[in-house]
Ligand binder design. Structure first.
Ligand code: NAD
Length: 429
């Protein structure tokens, strides 16, 4: 494979909506075109380094055996050990994991973390598995990908469909194989086994900080602004709660089955409790039911997509009413939508900046585990705030110097940094 291929026929453009890897390559091209990268360096950066696919059996509760497919993809390890989440979802496919791994490389570089980028996932529906089945699946998957994993090699974390409990099973499996406890092998663990204070909330807290900085950057009020949040999991749920706590009016929220809308404002705490009790936001009192597609087009000042990639596309970008989009999810906006929204003057705070709080506090967790010395939640949150504000300023500076969007500005910074490191290390042998 040479330099990234930018597809341009209508059929190819339509296919791009469904292909996260093509999307990641296109975003990379926009940035790389503005840098004077040696051709060989560009070729290294636009390909994943290692791709591991595993097919493995899991014994189900009824005694049957079911086969599952999982992946772990390492995009680039130039800056250090690789880092990236594990996703459990029926939609997990190799092109998605590949794109997510590349985005992790840029996210770590942008935020000055000593990590490369990786991602993993298993194609499964965690909601359809019992806790015991989920545990057996996790332990077998951890074993299958263990040749790549290690405290100084490749360090997983939670993502869609996984959580602190899954990380605990993963860490325990790895530790059992070693014969001693290895807390540094995953982040996002429960605090009782070496997790960090503040990690559970870190991504959503970072999204809130990014939203606040965006308002400051644009000279708009933050408190009192109307927000719509897509996704009510770890990222969306915490973001909605913290935006509400900061005085924003959260008018729309959603889960995978659909959304709820109240122009006067929702109480995210009550809505999330309702979701926990009933398994869905649908039916939440004092709110109108909307589909996930309608949710994105609701009248609001700020839209926070915090579910999955490919939600804001060429098909709906014209109808988005928000003036600011803060990307809690990875890859929620396609390059076509970027172009349309850019022309319409909508500001997009890109994923590698907006949702970096998770990997930043994962880094703090790893450092604490390596030192066996733990910080208070106040220290964690203060350091998270410092890094997020610094990265935001760095991105707006590059974007304005180069006359590009915040996404391309962020990518220019990241790609440049990884390219410099690659050139400093040289091409072995
Ligand atoms: P999660 O599993 O906790 O929550 C996902 C939410 O999205 C749920 O409310 C789910 O119902 C909803 N959802 C799932 N599929 C959907 C679909 N097809 N359409 C609409 N809604 C759907 O996951 P999370 O950890 O909150 O991750 C959300 C996003 O944030 C992902 O893009 C993830 O890569 C990104 N992210 C997560 C972290 C983290 O620390 N967890 C860090 C950075 C980025």
């Amino acid at each position: 494979m040479g330099s990234p291929v930018v597809k341009s026929t209508p059929a190819d453009v339509a296919a791009l909506h469904d292909d996260p890897w093509e999307m990641a390559l296109r975003q990379f091209s926009y940035a790389a075109d503005r840098l004077t990268l040696k051709r060989g360096i560009r070729d290294v950066l636009c390909q994943p380094h290692r791709e591991f696919t595993v097919h493995f059996p899991v014994q189900m509760d009824d005694g049957s055996v079911q086969m599952f497919t999982g992946y772990r993809i390492i995009h680039n390890g130039t800056l250090g050990p690789t880092k990236g989440g594990l996703r459990y979802s029926p939609q997990v496919r190799i092109s998605e994991v590949r794109a997510l791994a590349m985005w992790m490389t840029w996210k770590a570089a942008l935020n000055h973390l000593p990590y490369g980028g990786a991602k993993g996932g298993v194609t499964c529906d965690p909601a359809a598995l019992s806790a015991a089945e989920l545990e057996r699946l996790t332990r077998r998957y951890a074993t299958e990908i263990s040749p790549l994993i290690g405290s100084h090699e490749d360090i997983p974390a939670p993502d869609v469909g996984t959580n602190a409990q899954v990380m605990a099973w993963f860490m325990d499996t790895y530790s059992m194989h070693r014969g001693y406890s290895v807390p540094t092998v995953v982040t996002g663990k429960p605090v009782v086994i070496g997790g960090s204070a503040g990690r559970l909330e870190a991504t959503g807290r970072g999204v809130m900080i990014a939203a606040r900085e965006a308002a400051r950057y644009l000279g708009r009020p933050f408190a009192g602004s109307r927000a719509v949040v897509q996704g009510s999991g770890n990222v969306g749920g915490v973001t909605a709660r913290l935006l509400h706590a900061q005085g924003c009016t959260v008018v729309g929220m959603s889960d995978v089955r659909g959304g709820i809308y109240n122009p006067k404002g929702l109480d995210p705490n009550a809505a999330l409790s309702y979701l926990k009790e009933t398994g869905a936001l649908a039916g939440y009192p004092e709110a109108e039911a909307v589909s996930n597609a309608e949710l994105l087009e609701l009248p609001c000042d700020m839209l926070v997509p915090a579910a999955i990639e490919g939600q804001i596309t060429g098909a709906n970008a014209e109808r988005i009413q928000a003036r600011v989009i803060v990307e809690g999810a990875n890859g929620p906006t396609t390059p076509e939508a970027d172009e349309i929204l850019g022309t319409r003057g909508v500001t997009i705070v890109p994923d590698i900046l907006a949702n970096a709080g998770g990997v930043i506090v994962s880094y703090f967790e790893w450092v604490q585990d390596l030192q066996s010395y733990f910080w208070s939640e106040e220290e964690i949150n203060a350091n998270l705030e410092r890094l997020m504000v610094h990265s935001f300023g760095q991105v707006t500076r590059v974007a304005s110097e180069q006359g590009v969007s915040l996404r391309t500005g962020a990518l220019i910074f990241s790609v440049q940094r990884v390219a410099e490191a690659l050139m400093a290390r040289g091409i072995y042998p």
